[in-house]
Design a protein around this ligand. Structure first.
Ligand SMILES: [Zn+2]
Length: 223
């Protein structure tokens, strides 16, 4: 019961955190960057400077804040706002995605682990929940616990995501400043955008851990 209540609170809180990301991004997308470069231009330069000239930059079809680095095709996909934007928010996000490409190029441990777990984690969340429910209905504990085990995979995945995201952001901020793309004041704004985004990953991990605890306590109550 207590876990359900905490979970409910955290889910509400994560909605607030999510809307803060949008708000912070919109706020700093109103602040033009003094370099005058767009997100795509800065990303191209950062990638080239880090020996990643073969990583292409494309428009992301996913819309607002759908920016990501695709390690399979080694492509940086930037949303329209980031690709074309000449502002603090656009440059911050573009540099963050470059951070992931650099992690990939350097074989950064947490990035590799996250990539290896990604396919299994995708299956784990759905199949895990299905096995869990069927196990409960059939009153067959091994199936229920197998479901919990699969669900735990996605929580591990969410936890590994945290250092990967924080590291990409810290790389981004230091590159933006040391590369002369931003001054100290501008980098402060970019940091706020990236920190707000990092909070969403923290909230997802929290929701994941609490959901897992809830499944475990439901399974134990049934016995
Ligand atoms: Zn990221």
């Amino acid at each position: 019961m207590i876990i359900t209540l905490i979970l409910f609170g955290v889910v509400i809180l994560s909605m607030v955190v999510q809307s803060r990301v949008t708000g912070t991004f919109r706020k700093y997308s109103q602040v033009p960057d003094r370099s005058g470069l767009t997100g795509a231009e800065v990303a191209r330069r950062i990638l080239d400077e880090n020996g990643l000239s073969d990583v292409n930059i494309e428009h992301s079809p996913g819309g607002f804040l759908s920016d990501h680095y695709d390690p399979r095709s080694r492509v940086l996909r930037l949303s329209r706002e980031v690709y074309q934007g000449s502002n603090i928010a656009a440059l911050g996000v573009a540099a963050h995605e470059c951070g992931h490409a650099i992690q990939h190029g350097e074989h950064y441990g947490a990035f590799k682990l996250r990539q290896a777990l990604a396919p299994t984690a995708g299956i784990g969340s759905q199949a895990g929940m299905l096995l869990f429910i069927v196990g409960l209905i059939m009153s067959w504990p091994p199936l229920t616990y197998a479901g919990i085990g699969l669900y735990a995979l996605i929580v591990i995945f969410q936890l590994i995501t945290l250092p990967v995201e924080l590291n990409a952001s810290s790389r981004a901020l230091s590159i933006l400043e040391s590369g002369g793309y931003m001054d100290w004041e501008e980098a402060g704004g970019a940091k706020k955008v990236l920190s707000a985004a990092a909070m969403t990953y923290l909230m997802s991990a929290l929701v994941g851990i609490l959901s897992l605890l809830r499944l475990i306590s439901l399974a134990n109550n049934r016995r």
